[in-house]
Structures are given as structure tokens and as C-alpha cells.
Design a binder for this molecule. Sequence first.
Ligand SMILES: [Zn+2]
Length: 142
Amino acid sequence: MADRVRTGGCLCGGVRYRVAGRLRPVVDCHCGQCRRTHGHFAAYATAAKPALELVEASGLRWYGSSPGVRRGFCGTCGASVFWERVEGPEISIAAGTLDAPTGLATVGHIFVADAGDYYAITDDLPRFAGSAEGALDGGDVA
Ligand SMILES: [Zn+2]
């Protein structure tokens, strides 16, 4: 059976992508960097970098937010779309940019020690003060 292909992109269409195959389910990141770049906590699925194909990249800009880490966003509409370790094997994709139906579900929260004081995390999903250290990996969804 062929890999499932998902599509997605930013609000204006300046960034569009296709991603083939399995994705790590969605993890909500509450760190201060994600909150400032997304305007709230960030919800990311993750793919192997070779599985991601940029269909439209005219709007894509990158911001180096930490040493070795960069965030991809649309320079036209401002959407936050990607997060990656430049030398790493995977790329995280902002779940809200995926076209529906995604077939994904949220599986946990990371960096909850840095969560904003204006909201509560009210579900029973696993929570980690910092990184999940791989504990939320696996369970990838085709
Ligand atoms: Zn855009």
C-alpha cells in the first residue's frame, strides 16, 4: 500500500507542503519560544525530513531560535509552520497547518514548566516539565 500523503500550508499559500508516510502524533509545546512565535502553545506533528516535500516555498523564511535550531514561517502571512534541528533527522510540522482530515491526535504536553499563566492544561495526557526525552515518540500514525 502506498504511503499516506498529507498536505498543508500557511494561511496565504506562500508555504505549501506534502508529507508522505507516518507522522509522530501531535505534541503540545508550552515553552516560551513556541508561545511567542505561535501566539500560544504550539502543537506539532513530526516527520522524517526526507518525507517532507515543499510544494510552494516562496513565502518560507527561517529564524534561528536557538543554536542549531530553526523555525520556518511564512514571511507574507506570518504563519509558524516548521521547527527543526538543522542537523537532525526530523522536522516538526505545526499541526494547525495540516489540511483536514489529519487523522492525528494529541498525545502529550512538553515544557509545561514554562506554560503561560493565562490557561490551564485540563486533559489527562502525559505532561513533562521539559522535553519528553523521546517518551512521546513511537505510536506514529500512518
Ligand atoms: Zn503565508
